[in-house]
Design a binder for this molecule. Structure first.
Ligand code: CMP
Length: 139
């Protein structure tokens, strides 16, 4: 069924001027952008977004990195959106990402890995609601 996922173009990719090329890959893969904004997270908001990782050794670094510069946040729609988007972006660590994936092409490191993609339908809804109010996601 047609459903949705949530993505962020992270500070490394945004700062490098790769947002347009990444968005082109996303659209060419059949995803429709149904909500999108450029914004910048505070360390506190980044910490809240990634709260599930708060016991991980990389959490403090991740919060600093994700608040280090502007990002794009977007809700995407496609059949099988969550799974298909994770295939399009590739593995978390660009060293492990398949050829032709967004992270293989654009990621700088396991942390500065160009894009985020939700890992479940439930988290896609939670994450989309974190950034977009009801009137911003009616498309
Ligand atoms: P993301 O898919 O957004 O979800 C959690 C993020 O934490 C991940 O992408 C990376 O940016 C970061 N991350 C995950 N694992 C590591 C790690 N081992 N070291 C540093 N950062 C990580």
């Amino acid at each position: 069924a047609t459903n949705r996922t949530f993505t962020m173009i992270k500070p490394d990719a945004f700062g490098a001027g790769n947002s347009g090329a990444i968005l082109k890959m996303i659209e060419d893969a059949g995803f429709k952008v149904v909500a999108m904004k450029a914004t910048k997270l505070t360390p506190e908001l980044a910490g809240k977004f990634y709260e599930v990782h708060k016991e991980r050794p990389f959490y403090a670094d991740l919060c600093a990195y994700m608040s280090s510069g502007p990002i794009f946040a977007a809700i995407l729609e496609k059949d099988n959106a969550v799974e298909d988007f994770r295939k399009l972006i590739g593995a978390t660590n660009p060293a492990d990402a398949a050829e032709g994936t967004i992270r293989k092409i654009f990621a700088k490191s396991i942390e500065a890995n160009a894009v985020h993609g939700s890992d479940s339908d439930e988290n896609a809804t939670i994450e989309g609601n974190f950034f977009f109010n009801q009137a911003e996601r009616v498309l």
